[in-house]
Design a protein around this ligand. Sequence first.
Ligand code: TMP
Length: 393
Amino acid sequence: MKRIFLDLGKQSIANGFLKENEIENEYFYNLSIGFNEKIKLVSLMNFVDGTIMFNDSYVYHSSSSKTMRDHFKSVADMIKEHFNPNSILEIGSNDGVFLKHFHKKNVVAVEPCSNFAKITHKMGYKTYAEFWDKNLAEKIENKHGKMDLVYAANCICHIPNLDETFSAINNILNDDGIIIFEDPSLLEMLERNSYDQIYDEHAHIFSVLALNNILKKNGLEIFKVENIKPHGGSNRIFTKELLGRYDIDKSVNENIDLELKKGLDKFKTYEKFAERVQNSKQDLINLLKDLKAKGKKIISYGATSKSSIIFNFCEIDTKYIDYIIDTTPDKQEKLSPGMHIPVISPEEGLNETVDYAFLGAWNYEKEILNKEKNFIDRGGKFITHVPYVRILQ
Ligand code: TMP
């Protein structure tokens, strides 16, 4: 049913930063993505087993950037103001960046990465270190009852089986309960040529169009859509039971109409995107080659899963990028997945010898450019590939 439109080649786990002695056992798979013409859903051709990606050594901390800390504070404020729920279930609670804004007695958390589940458990929040599915939903309902609100950020798109996921959520919701979830937007990915949104963790990249079809199949419907900034452009989807209490906001049809206008229901649109991706790859390689020929030192800024995909797809290794800098201690002194570029701290790595920094964390461009005034003032330059490959002026 899925028709392939882009092959990103041999990849390793995008967040799988590793030690030298782990190289021997590094996991590789073929990353390609396709379009389901019936439900209009874009998904990986082959899903990677969840336990390989989400385990006790997962390294992505939601709290690691000010942008995301501020973001989750504002979602929590919005939820309190508009919905004032007595019970909240968060699926994919990471390090507690969202749930810490709510009282412990009101929240149940689900987080399969046990290193993070331990953190929120210590903070006093009941946390299930398990994958979300029908069985876990039943277990939680038996213990804690039904929920007023289910929240999930950058999590639902990680789960291969969407029918089971949504029907299990529907079962645990109170009659007037709602689901709010946010994930990267397919339209934004197409417009920005940000093919690095495609990686092992993102089993699907959602359009509102596809979600509308899948939710309806599971007795749910979207009543509002917000286009939000995180992760290079995401959609926040407000969902209720079919024929439930809330009125349908005009943002639902506005988003669907725009997606149809941009051709998100047609395979041809994805074929054209794939052509742009191949061009982006060639442009990036050419730019890096050119700078190297001029004797420039290039590093990468942000050891992101996105940059792992780019480096593997474009076969960019230490020939071009000396090292990657990242603030996350768990990623430092490790190697990038696949291409094995060393990761070090910004304090150590962002010094006077650096001429160019590739924005691996391009989705934090504003925060980073603000923070790195010294680097820019002394002539340092950033490179980005979004929406096209260039040196930022
Ligand atoms: P993400 O794109 O998956 O959110 O990952 C962002 C990564 O970038 C994370 O490892 C932290 C890192 N980072 C920095 O090292 N410095 C920064 O200023 C920002 C904003 C992020």
